[in-house]
Design a binder for this molecule. Structure first.
Ligand code: SAM
Ligand code: SF4
Length: 324
């Protein structure tokens, strides 16, 4: 296998795929305006025709896997449970010998998919839940009823999926929900990760007045619990702490505690463009090179060189395009 590594020793080991860039939610940090036409999207009406085909996704993953020996693939979007060819794609990825397949979802369609995901061999899922309070949560995702998210989480937990919750914390929007979210996760026996708001898409040129830093998340939790920091795993996006009542929470602090130095992620969007770094909007189509190992390796090395040395600087691409 050709060595595709940069001078910091970073390699591509994890692939994140944005299966489609459409979504039935319009979260305020991800989508500029409300997408009325998307709010009622159902699986199978998902605009998957705008994405490259399952065969193309498979060919691209296979070619990259041959050169990099991918350890895991995360399926995301947009909303991956809206992608009509999700299960055939998972089957194809398994056939390539990649068994660690994960998914990130808003959980709206999780109730009806949890069992299917287990049967398809998906190991773990990340679920976005930005508040416990319906009104607060609804204003963030721009929907009036958030109950399906919680039903989805509970069904997924019962089905045996390994779950992590993700909450983007924003000043004045949901910072009041930090402790209620932690208590909910602890009761359910799952980890929660708080994300610092990232300047992506329509937020790229904003003042970022909503930004709520790691140290304030920590002090909010410390008002209620004693906490103990845990050891960070290699290439982990989050730092984790244990609380005095047995909960575990993480913080993904792009701004306060950047983690670019050992980043091992490669991204693929729904149009077939690969991205080496979240902070670099340059995408590369690799389909023309899948049968030429030498050229493909050079292209991948080029993408690796786009990684930031220290920290994320924002991007004009929205997370739902590049795959969160
Ligand atoms: N629709 C799925 C979901 O929401 O979980 C998957 C795609 S979403 C783009 C993936 C993750 O990106 C979510 O956890 C979401 O909260 C996060 N995200 C999107 N925009 C963000 C931003 N500007 N800053 C921080 N996190 C963001
Ligand atoms: Fe949809 Fe996820 Fe973006 Fe929210 S964060 S709009 S659920 S893609």
């Amino acid at each position: 296998m050709l060595k595709i590594e940069d001078k910091l020793g970073r390699r591509f080991e994890k692939l994140r795929i944005s299966l489609l860039n459409s979504c039935n939610f319009s979260c305020i940090y991800c989508v500029d305006n409300e997408f009325d036409e998307n709010a009622n999207l159902q699986p199978d009406q998902n605009g998957a025709d705008k994405s490259i085909s399952v065969e193309e996704f498979t060919q691209l993953i296979q070619a990259v896997h041959r050169l990099t020996g991918l350890k895991s693939v995360r399926l995301t979007g947009g909303e991956p449970l809206l992608y009509s060819n999700l299960y055939p794609l998972i089957e194809n990825i398994k056939k390539l010998g990649i068994n660690d397949i994960r998914l990130t979802t808003n959980a709206f369609f999780l109730k009806e998919n949890a069992e299917k995901l287990v049967n398809a061999g998906v190991n773990s899922i990340n679920i976005s839940v930005d508040a416990i309070d319906n009104k607060t949560f609804g204003k963030i995702i721009r929907r009036s009823d958030t109950s399906r998210v919680f039903q989805g989480i509970e069904v997924a937990a019962k089905a045996g999926l390994n779950i992590k919750l993700n909450a983007v914390i924003m000043r004045g929007k949901n910072d009041s929900q930090i402790v209620p979210l932690l208590d909910y996760a602890t009761e359910l026996g799952v980890k929660i990760r708080y994300l610092e708001l990232m300047k992506m898409g329509h937020l790229y040129h904003s003042e970022n007045g909503l930004f709520f830093p790691e140290k304030e998340i920590l002090s909010t939790i410390q008002e209620k619990y004693e906490i103990e920091e845990m050891k960070r795993e290699h290439a982990s996006t989050a730092h984790y702490w244990r609380t005095s009542n047995g909960g575990v929470f993480g913080i993904i602090a792009n701004e306060s505690t950047p983690f670019c130095h050992d980043c091992n992620r490669l991204r693929l969007d729904s149009n077939g463009y690969f991205f080496g770094c979240l902070s670099n909007a340059h995408g590369e189509k690799l389909m023309p090179y899948i049968d030429n190992e030498q050229l493909l390796a050079e292209k991948l090395k080029g993408l690796l060189l786009l990684k930031q040395a220290v920290k994320f600087h924002g991007s004009e691409l929205s997370m739902r395009n590049i795959g969160g």
